[in-house]
Design a protein around this ligand. Structure first.
Ligand code: 5AD
Ligand code: SF4
Length: 470
């Protein structure tokens, strides 16, 4: 078989990067080899994001920027995958003469036929969403892997209908992946040297296997597995395998998940719990399913079970109808919680969403910008303060690679997901990616920690409870 070259560029969330690995795997069977540069590629795929207008504009500009390559290589095909393919299929096909192929997130299995159609000179499109596609059986080709950490998709889609969010429209209904295939993937990754997996879903807390949409058991020979069970099963693969997950939802995060985390040293003590706003009124308009008090109670629950757990969040500034008082409630909540990290955004109206249909996008741009800046400034201060708490501690760090700033240093992460920079050598010994070390934290900024290696290997006495069978 002739090998052809495919170049895949991914935008947006981790789920998209993970989907690109599914696409690479499907294309490998068709004789496509992934390459890391667009030059000389036979097929260029952009796996795209629609979450905010800016994300879409970046991709539209990128498509225009590919024009000169197409002039040089007329046989080169350009495809748009992912959320923009779903949301903007007509515009992409009609306006962008450069785009040959448009494929939505649930249609990647049809890529071989679509590529065949392309061969006959047509444009090829499949944006059908599915109720059950999880690509469970597809063995991922790892793209851009650091050899240490990997993502595992555990579910797809989202049923939540937050008023601001385009995801339910681009990624369809929520569905969970068979836990056996998840555990198997984790096991294979571990055998290949991976030491940290992140379980991915838009709302991991609603992971549920073997129940139908009414909550009835589907197959009495199989166990019902919820997210806490799944975490335990993946953690059982090896005490040497770190387990992370993203994203949790405040309305669904259970104490059972927190107990499972607390009981397992290899489940990282870090939770990403998007709040979006600190004002109960705004939360109600956002259709988030919780109010400020409920959210605060979930934070308290995390701290009860794991007093040292790191917590991060997402915040949107300037959602429809947000007043100065609402904004101050957000700042106030940040002061109460003190997030280790946050992703912060200006509200961007997305077509078709509940907010776009129901509420005017009425916070003036200058106010959105100023509020966002106030949120960012406060978060920087909190992150700096929170990082100081590590100083003086000896922490386990999983080494990931060479520091961006210096060849003489490596970087890794502690359980709290904070980046720790350490010297490459401990005495005469050179540290290696994939290795666990013990490092004394000697200083901290809002972005990273400096560590001094004091030992190699995991903490002694690391044991996991007996494996659960499924
Ligand atoms: N505008 C701004 N931010 C958004 N997010 C989702 N939709 C929008 C939007 N329309 C943010 C939310 C979400 C994160 C992934 O992106 O904070 O948690
Ligand atoms: Fe972007 Fe959301 Fe699609 Fe991920 S799921 S690519 S964040 S729109």
């Amino acid at each position: 078989m002739d090998t052809k070259k495919v170049y895949i560029e991914s935008y947006g969330c981790q789920m998209n990067f993970s989907d690109s690995e599914i696409v690479a795997s499907i294309l490998a069977k068709e004789g496509y080899e992934p390459v890391t540069s667009v030059d000389g590629a036979d097929l260029v795929l952009l796996n795209t994001c629609s979450i905010r207008d800016k994300a879409e504009q970046t991709v539209l500009n990128r498509i225009d920027g590919l024009n000169h390559l197409k002039v040089k290589h007329p046989a080169m095909k350009v495809g748009v995958l992912g959320c923009m393919a779903e949301r903007m299929r007509e515009e992409l096909i009609e306006r962008k003469h450069l785009v040959d192929l448009v494929v939505g997130p649930d249609a990647y299995r049809s890529l071989p036929e679509l590529l065949e159609d392309l061969g006959s000179g047509q444009k090829a499109v499949n944006v059908l969403l599915s109720r059950d596609e999880t690509y469970a059986d597809i063995e991922r080709v790892r793209l851009g892997s650091n050899g240490v950490s990997a993502f595992i998709t555990i579910m797809r889609g989202c049923d939540n209908m937050c008023a601001f969010c385009v995801v339910p429209f681009t990624r369809g209904r929520e569905r969970s992946r068979d836990p056996k295939t998840i555990v198997e993937e984790a096991r294979k990754l571990f055998q290949d040297g991976i030491r940290e997996v992140t379980l991915l879903g838009q709302n991991v807390d609603s992971y549920r296997w073997n129940v139908d949409s009414r909550g009835n058991v589907k197959d009495t020979n199989e166990a019902v597995v919820d997210f806490a069970d799944l975490l335990g099963l993946v953690a059982d693969v090896s005490p040497q395998l770190r387990v992370r997950f993203s994203t949790s939802h405040p309305k669904d995060m259970t104490d059972k998940v927190l107990r499972t985390m607390a009981a397992r040293p290899n489940i990282c003590k870090y939770i990403h719990l998007p709040v979006q706003s600190g004002s109960s009124e705004v939360l109600q308009r956002m259709n988030r399913g919780y109010d400020r008090a409920w959210y605060k109670e979930r934070i308290d629950a995390i701290r009860r079970h794991m007093p040292d757990c790191a917590i991060s969040t997402d915040i949107i500034a300037g959602f429809c109808g947000e007043s100065e008082d609402d904004h101050r409630s957000t700042l106030g909540l940040m002061d109460e919680v003190r997030y280790d990290m946050a992703y912060m955004f200006k509200y961007s109206e997305r077509p078709k969403t509940l907010a776009a249909r129901k509420y005017p996008d009425d916070v003036p741009e200058v106010d959105k910008g100023r509020r966002l800046q106030e949120i960012i400034d406060l978060q920087m201060q909190h992150a700096g303060e929170r990082n100081q708490r590590h100083v003086g501690q000896v922490q386990e760090v999983l080494i990931e690679g060479t520091s961006k700033r210096s060849q003489d240093h490596l970087f890794g992460r502690n359980t709290y997901n904070a980046v720790v920079i350490v010297p490459r050598f401990q005495g005469a010994e050179e540290l290696k990616p994939g290795q666990y070390i013990q490092a004394r934290i000697i200083s901290a900024t809002s972005g990273s920690l400096q560590g001094d290696p004091v030992g190699i290997g995991m903490e002694p006495a690391r044991r996991s409870p007996e494996p659960v069978s499924i």
